[in-house]
Design a protein around this ligand. Sequence first.
Ligand code: ZN
Length: 161
Amino acid sequence: VTRAEIQIAATVLAEIEAEAERTFPDESGGVLLGYAGIGEPDRIRIREQIGPGPRAVHKSHRFEPDGEWQAEQIAASYAASGRVNGYLGDWHSHPHGGGSPSTLDRSTARRIAGCAEARAPHPLILIAFGEPGNWRLAAYRRGRWRLHSADLTISEVATFS
Ligand SMILES: [Zn+2]
């Protein structure tokens, strides 16, 4: 399996940290949007994130997004971006926690990979772990059988090719 090289826009990273702080010490999360390189499926650009939604449930070790709201936002972003920004996967926070995916995180990735509607056979999982003022990010991509650690770099340019 080729290691994924993920670029994330600095603006998206800032939104993730702000949302993780908003619900701290409870979990939050959202959806990652962007695209993979043409002919370079392992080079992935995250250009946008969509938050948890108004009906999301935030607990200290659990988070359930407002899926209906998120689906609307995903469709809107896809249209507004000229069908460029597609669904890549999800992010969520581990308040006071580490960057390793939990058993639930692993099974969520497996479920998304197997969901034809999601059109993401190799979904990303980003985990923002730490506490306010001190967030770190861990990135994973689902391979055929399991999650693999991925490289994550920050791009200062919001729209990058
Ligand atoms: Zn988790």
